[in-house]
Design a protein around this ligand. Structure first.
Ligand code: NAD
Ligand code: ZN
Length: 265
């Protein structure tokens, strides 16, 4: 048994308030490329050129060439064992919230109940002119790019580069992270601010940082306490299995209180 995995299970079992911060890497095994995947979508559409709010305002038709391809990937993607494993950790009471940078809805599809969508969700679209909101299903019969009844091209409700995180979302993420005893940092390069600042905030408030990633990141040597190096779809199920093994072995001792309620502080 990998000693880092056993150590991570130990800190999770001993934590009263655990969060996961997830990034594009957790959805790679569902067929959605991250910004770092070789080839594929992002080799043809540079995010710095296509994923900025300026680009969308200047030429929404151009940006929709990228969005339409992204949407085709999102619509057919399914949660992988990493998403399912996090949902199981929540059910078992070992995980209180997921804060995700992803816009693919795969945590919710995998069964997670408490999900903070830091960068929004591509399943709804909004009009920048009259602020009407549509579901993806409502506009799926339209030609690309889909338009509002007022005539304006619709924008998926995701945070583009250059857009602000909605203040209530940012405030909730900060509050949760300051309470965390353990922060699982999964599949993020921690290059995109302000999400990249959450691990430091957690650490400053005393959290243990457990990182799950096949590669080292800018966090690894500076902040990470335990690195579980590998694919999230393999590591997270192994972590769930280790926690279950400990419970069936009679550890931690069973007490009267349920693990399932969030217990901050
Ligand atoms: P990133 O692309 O910058 O980094 C992805 C990280 O995941 C890398 O460190 C990589 O080593 C790691 N990774 C790759 N495969 C993995 C696996 N199987 N298991 C675990 N880790 C793996 O991603 P980011 O830090 O999230 O920043 C990208 C931004 O673009 C975010 O805002 C994100 O929301 C957005 N984005 C979202 C999606 C999505 O919704 N699925 C996809 C692409 C980009
Ligand atoms: Zn409109």
């Amino acid at each position: 048994m990998d000693t880092s995995l056993v150590k991570a299970a130990e800190v999770l079992a001993g934590s009263r308030f655990t969060l996961a911060l997830t990034g594009a890497g957790i959805s790679v095994e569902s067929g959605i490329p991250d910004f770092r995947s070789a080839g594929g979508l992002w080799a043809r559409f540079n995010p710095a050129e296509y994923a900025t709010i300026e680009a969308f305002r200047q030429d929404p038709h151009k940006v929709w060439r990228m969005l339409a391809e992204m949407d085709r990937l999102l619509v057919r993607s399914r949660p992988n064992p990493a998403h399912l494993g996090l949902a199981e950790l929540e059910r078992l009471g070992y995980l209180q919230f997921v804060i995700t940078q992803n816009v693919d809805n795969l945590h919710q599809a995998g069964g997670s109940q408490r999900v903070i969508e830091f960068h929004g969700n591509a399943a709804t679209l909004a009009c920048l002119a009259c602020h009407a909101v549509y579901s993806r299903a409502e506009v799926s019969n339209q030609a690309v790019p889909p338009k509002c009844v007022c005539g304006q091209v619709l924008k998926p409700e995701v945070i583009f580069f250059g857009e602000e995180i909605p203040p209530p979302v940012l405030a909730q993420a900060h509050d949760l992270v300051s309470l965390a005893r353990v922060l699982l940092v999964i599949g993020t390069s921690a290059e995109v601010a302000p999400a990249s600042m959450l691990p430091r905030l957690a650490k400053e408030h005393g959290a243990t940082i457990v990182e799950i990633n096949p590669e080292k990141t800018r966090l690894t040597d500076e902040l990470t306490d335990i690195l579980l190096q590998g694919r999230a779809g393999e590591i997270i199920p192994a972590l769930v299995a280790e926690l279950k093994r400990r419970t069936t072995d009679g550890w931690p001792p069973v007490t009267g209180c349920s693990r399932s309620a969030p217990r901050p502080g």
